[in-house]
Design a protein around this ligand. Structure first.
Ligand code: UD1
Ligand code: MG
Length: 461
């Protein structure tokens, strides 16, 4: 097998995005565009992947890490100039070089493989991945001779009226004979509408030198979508979302309304889980089997066991066990660890707390910086008073404790195992195991008081 390399172009600013964020770092289904491209190409097992960085180089490097090598394009003088920057790493090496753009996040490894295979079979010097579309605006067009051979690629801004009618476009993905690529790049000039060194000009240079130029037209245009602005970004998101949703449906997940369900690329979901509309599952979340998620729930970088329900709720960077009922309208904030068979009901917020197996906070509670044992009942309106204005303090509630409604647990404080807290208490001192704590003023009933007041009023008239 000959050597195979890849060059990924990711140095452009992406002016048309009108953004502070560098174009290739814009996420599609939660993952930066360039990362999608790198992840797909990595599966091909090539000898080297070179990413061309420039605008936002450090940020792109932070994102991609050690998985690729880098070449810096200090000034963005065009896609041909960008590939030239890989010369120090690749020039003179025998082999095949796959060139990809960092702004085509939908391209799949299958299509890359098909292009590589055709390139080898045809013994070509360059194989271009093309696609047909009824709306080719913005793309380079494939100019073919009368007998159908590719002659050159013309950019939108350089195209004549007639050339603009061409519906076969350059997807920006190519396979080159590596030696021929770097030789031809030396001949590319910047005499065009944009004053840039275009990579597609290499095609005409090779064609005129009588080399074998091949085109592979993919039937799936959407896969080759180049994201240059936010309209295309939304388009890419839609296609990727559908792809992810269909993949999960094929693996046994029910999605009631795929158009209204958002699952990011790295998420894992178990069989027979049902996702209701308005659900977003993000980051590296892992959902077990037989769960019901949604309607209208957001789960970010969290793990959830089996047969758990999360309705109209937000869960972030936390773990929730199996057989748990969350919501409606609950908020599980980062670093929470919820056990099995728990109930977290409406208007309950849990933050950075452990919540033991079989425990319940059915309504209107704030539980922050707490250790809640097993089988604890937190009555409606139970609150951990965890913040003194400067520091956060811990609340501990032992197994089988029962906290009555509207209780304030003023931290730092410990409620012992099996203890009872009377409703309406403000607990400032530790409560021993199995004790009843009443921390409220006693009720006084003044018999006949109302009648007395009324009589007084009448007498004063
Ligand atoms: C490019 C192609 C066009 C093709 C389209 C497919 C050229 C001249 N045109 O156009 O034929 O139809 O892609 O999507 O190649 N980049 C650099 N350095 C530079 C310039 C660009 O690294 O100096 C990178 C960008 O970050 C981007 C990629 O190259 O990831 C493509 O550049 P972009 O400006 O998006 O080219 P298009 O106008 O889309
Ligand atoms: Mg582009």
């Amino acid at each position: 097998m000959s050597n195979k390399f890849a060059v990924i172009l990711a140095a452009g600013q992406g002016t048309r995005m009108k953004s502070q964020l560098y174009k290739v770092l814009h996420p599609v289904c939660g993952k930066p565009m360039v990362q999608h491209v790198v992840d797909e190409v990595t599966t091909l097992g090539l000898s080297e992947i070179v990413t061309i960085v420039g605008h936002g180089a450090e940020k792109v490097k932070d994102q991609l890490g050690q998985s690729v090598t880098y070449a810096l394009q200090e000034e963005q003088l065009g896609t041909g100039h960008a590939v030239m920057q890989a010369a120090t790493l690749l020039e003179g090496k025998e082999g095949t070089t796959l060139v990809l753009c960092g702004d085509t996040p939908l391209i799949t490894k299958e299509t890359m493989k098909a292009l590589l295979e055709l390139h080898e079979k045809e013994d070509a010097k360059v194989s271009i991945l093309t696609a047909r579309t009824t709306n080719p605006t913005g793309y380079g067009r494939i100019v073919r001779s009368e007998d159908g051979f590719v002659e050159r690629i013309v950019e939108q801004k350089d195209a004549t009226e007639e050339e603009q009618q061409i519906q076969e476009i350059n997807t920006g993905t190519y396979c080159f004979d590596n030696i021929a690529l770097f030789n031809a790049l030396k001949k590319v000039t910047n005499e065009n509408a944009q004053g840039e060194y275009y990579l597609p000009d290499v095609i005409e240079i090779l064609q005129q030198a009588g080399e074998n130029v091949v085109a592979y037209q993919t039937p799936i245009f959407e896969e080759t979508l180049g994201v240059n602005d936010r309209v295309a970004l939304a388009e890419a998101e839609k296609v990727m979302k559908q792809r992810i949703n269909e993949s999960w449906m094929k693996q046994g997940v029910t999605i009631i309304d795929p158009a209204a369900t958002y699952i990011e690329k790295e998420v894992i979901i178990g069989q027979d889980t049902v996702l209701y509309p308005g659900t977003m599952i993000r980051g590296n979340s892992e959902i077990g089997s037989g769960c019901i998620i949604g309607p209208h729930s957001e789960i970010l970088s969290s793990t959830i066991g089996d047969k758990t329900e999360v309705k109209q709720s937000v869960v972030r960077e936390s773990h929730i066990g199996s057989g748990v009922a969350v919501g409606p309208f609950a908020h599980i904030r980062p670093e929470s660890n919820i056990g099995n068979d728990v109930k977290v009901g409406n208007f309950v917020e849990i933050k950075k707390s452990n919540f033991g197996n079989g425990s319940k906070a059915p309504h209107l509670s704030y539980i922050g910086d707490a250790e809640i044992g097993d089988r604890v009942n937190l009555g409606c309106g139970s609150i951990t008073v965890n913040y003194d204005g400067t520091n956060k303090h811990k609340t501990k509630v032992g197994d089988d404790a029962f906290v009555g409604c509207n209780s304030n647990l003023v931290a730092p404080v410990t409620v012992g195992k099996n203890a009872y807290i009377a409703a309406g208490s403000t607990v400032t001192d530790n409560v021993p195991d199995s004790a009843l704590s009443i921390a409220r003023s006693r009720q006084t009933n003044k018999e006949g008081y109302v009648q007395k007041i009324k009589e007084k009023k009448n007498n004063d008239k």
